[in-house]
Ligand binder design. Structure first.
Ligand SMILES: [Zn+2]
Length: 425
């Protein structure tokens, strides 16, 4: 039985793997095609990355623009957290659909079951299959086809972090690998969870990396039982983005009020949606004539790397998105933290957020460590090798569909199968 398996070690940087910390990941790498030039999407946040994996499209095309999004539910534009369990339902009500493109689970509905286990935010988990074509298991609620809640005994009652990831991995190996499911995704909360709460490279962060590595080892052991020579399984082990260390925090809304662009802190003429080390600024009709001046102002601030009009995103590897938004990549540098991990960024913070600590990890922009996710692909006849090809998160979906003999619809990504070296057969 052909199957595709995706394991995501959220936030793990490719330059943070060592024989001591990640023996299982390096063992997979030694038998896989290792992509040296694998890019995240922009913004480099999990809530935009999970639908990018599911649809094979960049955020502006699948429609999830960051960790938070400005939506109008009839009372004017407000900033909503994409991570909340009810976000997909709110978005569906506002625009009639959640994603603009079909997911892998939808495209596989006539082929077999798709089962997703995720221990990140509820929104990021549900965005892998928001219409419920397959199964999504998450601690905030687990759903089967038609978004029907699964029976109580089948729920995923775990916590975010190392122990929850380990329990979820046991379930994944049993239900997906041993269970003969056609497409399975295991999305670990570590090392992202530890990275957001402790310095990169600190003992806490390293313990979380080791935990993710053990989960990868468990999946390999389970596959070894059902398909020891990978004759029918294609396995993707990857991260969705890396992380930088926070060097400074900036409240963008405060800056815009202070400089006279926004009428008051909670006004809706200009609404800021933060995504860690990037942000999107929504400009209402009443403030349209301030847009170019605002872009000029932002590009003069030392906390901004680049501010773009949303019609002009090609420079950051994204299709353009006509509209009245400004996208900001926050400034940073390649300085190392106290544990020798390079890459620092300014971080956007808002009034409703838990205080972002200086010195811990963050992502969202295009800083040094953020654009260092990893991708290893192991599969039938694929020869272990290092590929220099420029590939991205949006290339997973078309590759998975081609392996499973499903013709993909139009996607931003392309199948990697033709560019990976094969053993002669
Ligand atoms: Zn994160």
């Amino acid at each position: 039985m052909k199957r595709a398996v995706v394991v995501v070690c959220d936030s793990l940087r490719r330059d943070m793997m060592t024989t001591e910390t990640t023996p299982n990941l390096l063992a997979v790498a030694s038998r896989s095609v290792v992509f040296k030039d694998f890019s995240p999407v922009f913004p480099s946040v999990t809530r935009s990355s999970s639908p990018a994996i599911a649809t094979g499209c960049h955020p502006v095309n699948h429609g999830i623009l960051g960790s938070a999004m400005v939506i109008d539910e009839g009372t004017g534009p407000v900033c909503a957290s994409v991570g909340d369990p009810d976000f997909v339902d709110r978005l569906r009500k506002v625009r009639g659909t959640v994603l603009f493109r079909p997911t892998i689970s939808e495209l596989l509905q006539d082929v077999g079951d798709a089962k997703i286990f995720s221990n990140v935010s509820a929104g990021a988990a549900y965005l892998l299959d928001p219409e419920g074509y397959g199964y999504v298991y998450h601690r905030a609620g687990s759903y089967g086809p038609g978004r029907k809640p699964v029976p109580a005994a089948d729920r995923l009652d775990i916590a975010v972090g190392i122990e929850g990831d380990a329990e979820m991995t046991r379930r994944f190996c049993r239900d997906v690998i041993e269970g003969g499911v056609v497409f399975g995704t295991l999305w670990l909360s570590e090392p992202d969870n530890a990275g957001h709460n402790s310095p990169l490279g600190s003992p806490t962060h390293i313990a979380a990396i080791k935990s993710a590595d053990r989960c990868v080892g468990n999946v390999l052991e389970a596959i070894a039982v059902v398909d020891p020579h990978f004759t029918e399984t294609v396995l993707f082990v990857c991260s969705d983005h890396g992380m930088n260390s926070v060097r400074r925090t900036i409240d963008i809304a405060y800056q815009l009020v202070h400089s006279g662009f926004k009428s008051s802190y909670h006004s809706d003429d200009i609404v800021v949606a933060d995504s860690g080390t990037s942000a999107r600024i929504h400009i209402s009709n009443s403030a349209k004539d301030r847009k170019q001046d605002l872009i000029n102002f932002l590009n003069n601030q030392d906390w901004v790397d680049r501010a773009f009009s949303s019609d002009d995103l090609h420079d950051i590897g994204s299709p353009s998105c006509p509209g009245t938004s400004i996208v900001i990549a926050m400034a940073g540098d390649n300085v190392a933290n106290e544990y020798g991990v390079s890459g620092m960024s300014d971080c956007a913070i808002g009034p409703d957020e838990v205080d972002q600590q200086i010195g811990v990890g963050q992502h969202g922009g295009a800083g040094f460590g953020e654009v260092q996710p990893f991708l290893f692909v192991r599969g039938p006849n694929l020869r272990a090798s290092v590929s220099e090809a420029k590939v991205s998160l949006v290339d997973l979906a078309p590759t998975i569909l081609e392996h499973l003999d499903v013709k993909p619809p139009r996607m931003d990504g392309r199948s990697l199968l033709p560019i990976m070296t094969r053993w002669a057969v």
